[in-house]
Design a protein around this ligand. Structure first.
Ligand SMILES: *[C@@H]1O[C@H](CO)[C@@H](O)[C@H](O)[C@H]1NC(C)=O
Ligand SMILES: *[C@@H]1O[C@H](CO)[C@@H](O)[C@H](O)[C@H]1NC(C)=O
Ligand SMILES: *[C@@H]1O[C@H](CO)[C@@H](O)[C@H](O)[C@H]1NC(C)=O
Ligand SMILES: *[C@@H]1O[C@H](CO)[C@@H](O)[C@H](O)[C@H]1NC(C)=O
Length: 242
């Protein structure tokens, strides 16, 4: 009798583990309630600087409101913390509040672009920073196979992976902070701290030693999803037993 009572819970436990393991391999599911870009980035991890900028510039609220009210959708290029760490010292601090808003908006497109749409978009792409539609703050996309590059005229970022997509909002990780020509180009460079002799040159677009860091962060977030799923399965199994 006792054995017969035990076996369904064991079956359930195994089944739960199986389900959570397969779930862990699919992209993050949409969180409940209205789309919250900060929550999406927090869950992905490694985006604390970008989140801080989104909040301090009020763009996070703006994005959430816009998602709620528009049917065009949005696309966000999110640079991870190591991309910000690779900027020339003082790059962010030398920007005015208005320029910080422009820098953040430069990472946001006013339309939803799926990974496959990148193959067919026509350049230049309008960003949120170029509201006036007069060609300010554009981005160009170049693709080769599945590789998608975003060019600003100052540097080039590569789309590392898709963090979130729901048909309305797409969030992609890019390996570089996208530097707008208007803020970091030679003519209008805010010339951060050192080396005045080199201030006129391009901002160094030093790749952060290959894609290994990106891979590590993906692995880390997959691992945390898995750990989370394990605890869910465990709790589910326990409550079944109780
Ligand atoms: C969005 O998520 C963040 C982080 O989880 C939270 O602090 C914030 O209150 C949320 N905003 C809304 C409008 O729910
Ligand atoms: C979202 O839109 C609905 C309907 O337009 C509105 O009632 C609601 O207040 C909006 N929510 C937010 C967070 O803007
Ligand atoms: C994308 O950028 C990387 C690094 O700058 C470069 O090696 C690669 O050839 C570029 N690919 C495309 C499709 O432009
Ligand atoms: C972006 O693409 C447009 C159209 O092809 C081109 O005129 C412009 O020079 C490009 N800008 C950069 C920075 O690559």
């Amino acid at each position: 009798m006792r054995k017969q009572l035990l076996s369904p819970s064991i079956v359930f436990l195994v089944f739960s583990l199986y389900c959570s393991l397969s779930l862990a391999q699919t992209p993050a599911p949409a969180p409940a309630g209205p789309t919250n870009v900060t929550a999406i980035l927090e869950k992905a991890g490694q985006f604390t600087t970008f989140i801080r900028l989104l909040k301090s510039t009020q763009e996070a609220d703006q994005i959430n409101t816009q998602l709620n009210n528009s049917n065009q959708g949005l696309t966000i290029f999110a640079p991870p913390d190591n991309a910000f760490a690779n900027l020339k010292a003082g790059s962010l601090n030398s920007l005015s509040d208005q320029e910080k808003v422009q820098l953040v908006q430069f990472h946001i497109l006013p339309t939803f672009i799926s990974m496959s749409n990148f193959q067919t978009v026509s350049n230049p792409l309008r960003t949120q920073a170029g509201d006036s539609a007069n060609g300010e703050f554009p981005l160009n996309v170049t693709t080769s196979g599945n590789q998608v590059n975003i060019t600003t005229g100052v540097n080039t970022g590569t789309v590392a992976n898709s963090i979130y997509t729901d048909g309305q909002l797409a969030v992609y990780q890019v390996d570089q902070v996208l530097l707008p020509l208007q803020l970091f180009g030679s003519s209008s460079a805010p010339a951060p701290a050192p080396a005045p002799a080199e201030a006129g040159k391009d901002v160094p677009a030093k790749a952060p030693a290959g894609g290994s860091k990106e891979d590590a962060s993906v692995d880390a977030s997959a691992a945390s999803t898995m750990a989370f799923s394990f605890s869910i399965a465990f709790i589910a199994a326990m409550s079944w037993k109780l």
